[in-house]
Design a protein around this ligand. Structure first.
Ligand SMILES: [Zn+2]
Length: 74
């Protein structure tokens, strides 16, 4: 897998945004995905998409989080 040059600037802007953004549903913290293509809310198990560097903070646009992330309590 070639990662290429992630745009570090975009990521930087997103991390700054992260400090002011919160989940519109639960108002909890969000975490940026490693490829900066989404913002995850672990509580709601939702992923808000990031399109062209702009987070789409709409519950109806969010995708359900599946897999590992949610299952760490066992
Ligand atoms: Zn939430």
């Amino acid at each position: 897998m070639s990662e290429g040059e992630d745009d570090p600037l975009d990521k930087d802007i997103l991390s700054t945004l992260l400090e002011i953004l919160c989940c519109p549903r639960c108002e909890g913290d969000l975490s940026l995905t490693s490829d900066a293509s989404g913002l995850d809310c672990v509580q709601c198990r939702l992923r808000y998409p990031v399109e062209d560097g702009i987070p789409i903070m709409l519950v109806e646009r969010a995708l359900p989080l599946i897999g590992n992330l949610a299952e760490k309590g066992e």
